[in-house]
Structures are given as structure tokens and as C-alpha cells.
Design a protein around this ligand. Structure first.
Ligand SMILES: [Cu+2]
Length: 263
């Protein structure tokens, strides 16, 4: 029963969403150049180089102290003070400090010893690859249908790129969806590869959903209201298919079993 619930939940999420590419975590380097312990670097934003880095959720930033003085890399800003996210403490020449960013957002940091030293890390949810040649495939759908080139997977990708990502609601949805999806899809995809029975279960579970999504490929979605309307419509349709129909069947079976007992 748990497996069934799990499959339904998993398939729901995939389907409604489309697909998410799997992006490997990267490391970004920031240097603390020589001379930053004296004011001046802040006028050219060169106390941390680069003073701003843009990364994806899951990426790591490594700071290297290339100055002769001690410095810190402390989340927060000199006006409001440190924020409890990361803090290198004092580190000296050639020492490194790393932090992996697990959430999206803008994170300012500064040096507590030299408050003019400020930098920022912008962490974003990975944006799906728009290149159809190597557009990221949904991990689960790909594992389920065996290949990124399988028609069902292609269908999901097209829907994501041509419909969802063209609208604000759609993009916003994909962004929050990616946050959740990333947290479990690699495990499910791996499990599917090792377990053919599970793969068949997922396939059985998600096929009706993907088919219902194909409606989107045949309608014009040119406004925010429409994407919202079709989105809600599809969710309701799927709730009906996946919860309504089984519920009716189960209630029916229960009645049949209970009736004789009542006699
Ligand atoms: Cu410093």
C-alpha cells in the first residue's frame, strides 16, 4: 500500500510539472586579494573578487585569503550584523573557507574585522536547459521510459519549454517545483533502474497523467489566466483519475463485502 501511495505521489509531482534537468553541483572560487585590510577596495567592489557570485542551489563557494592579514567571511552585513548562516571565523593567508548553499536567495556577507569588505552570493534554482538538443530530461520520466528520447519524455519536455516556461505562473510553478523535485527525484530514478517492478508500477501510474498533459500541447496558452485555468483543470482531472476513481471502486468493494456480513 505504501508503495502505491508513494508511486501516486511521485507520479503526480512529475506530471504536473514536466521535467527537471539534473545539474551537477559546481564549486566557485572567491579570492580575498592583498591589501584589503586597508580601506579602498570597497570603492571598486574588489574586497572579495568577484564580490558577487551567481550560483545554483547545491553549489559550493570557496574563499581563499590571499592577503597577509586575517579576514573573515561572515553572512550578514556590517549594519545589521552577522546572520547565523555561515562564518569562517578568522582565517589567515592561503587558508580556505567553503560553504555549500542549500537554499535559494541573496546572501550578503562581510568581514567582521574590516566591515568595508562586503560581498554577496546569489543562489538560484537551476533553470531547465532550453536547448532541445540536450535539454535536461526529467529523471523519473527518463528512468521510467528508458530513454530521454522516448516520446512520452519528449512530450513532457516540449510542454515544459513551450508552454509552462513561457508564462509567469508556469515559470514560478517550475521554480518552486524544482526545489521539491530535486530533493527526491535522483533516488526514485536510481530505484527504478534497479527495480523493474517498481519501474512498471511508476509507468502504469504516470501514463494517464502524461496523456492528460498532452491536452496542453494542443491548446493555445497565450495568457497567464489560461495557464492557471488549464493548470487547475488538469490537476482536478488527475485528482479525479487517481483518487476519485479508485475511491469509488474501493467503496464499492467494501459495500459488497460488508453487505453479506450485515445479513
Ligand atoms: Cu577583513
Amino acid at each position: 500500500m505504501n508503495l502505491v501511495k508513494f508511486s501516486i505521489l511521485a507520479s503526480f509531482t512529475i506530471i504536473i510539472s514536466g521535467m527537471t534537468p539534473y545539474v551537477l553541483a559546481e564549486e566557485f572560487n572567491v579570492s580575498i586579494p592583498e591589501g584589503t585590510s586597508v580601506r579602498g577596495c570597497e570603492t571598486t567592489d574588489e574586497c572579495y573578487i568577484p564580490f558577487g557570485v551567481k550560483i545554483n542551489v547545491g553549489d559550493k563557494v570557496t574563499w581563499t585569503n590571499e592577503d597577509l592579514a586575517f579576514h573573515t567571511v561572515t553572512s550578514g552585513n556590517p549594519i545589521d550584523g552577522p546572520v547565523d548562516l555561515f562564518d569562517s571565523g578568522m582565517f589567515k593567508i592561503d587558508e580556505k573557507f567553503s560553504h555549500t548553499f542549500e537554499e535559494s536567495g541573496n546572501f550578503d556577507y562581510f568581514c567582521t574585522l574590516h566591515p568595508w569588505m562586503q560581498g554577496t552570493v546569489v543562489v538560484q534554482v537551476p533553470i531547465p536547459d532550453q536547448d532541445p538538443q540536450n535539454g535536461g530530461g526529467c529523471l523519473i520520466a527518463t528512468a521510467t521510459y528508458g530513454s530521454e528520447l522516448a516520446p512520452k519524455v519528449q512530450q513532457l519536455r516540449e510542454m515544459r519549454d513551450n508552454k509552462l516556461l513561457q508564462t509567469e505562473y508556469g515559470s514560478a510553478f517550475m521554480e518552486s517545483f524544482n526545489d521539491v523535485y530535486y530533493s527526491f527525484s535522483p533516488e526514485i530514478a536510481d530505484f527504478e533502474r534497479e527495480n523493474p517492478l517498481f519501474r512498471e508500477t511508476v509507468k502504469l501510474a504516470i501514463t494517464p497523467m502524461i496523456s492528460s498533459l498532452s491536452i496542453l500541447n494542443h491548446v493555445d496558452i497565450d495568457s497567464e489566466a489560461k495557464v492557471l485555468g488549464y493548470g487547475i483543470g488538469l490537476i482536478l482531472l488527475n485528482v479525479g483519475m487517481y483518487i476519485g476513481v479508485p475511491a469509488v471502486v474501493i467503496i464499492g468493494i467494501k459495500k459488497q463485502i460488508i453487505k453479506p456480513l450485515n445479513l
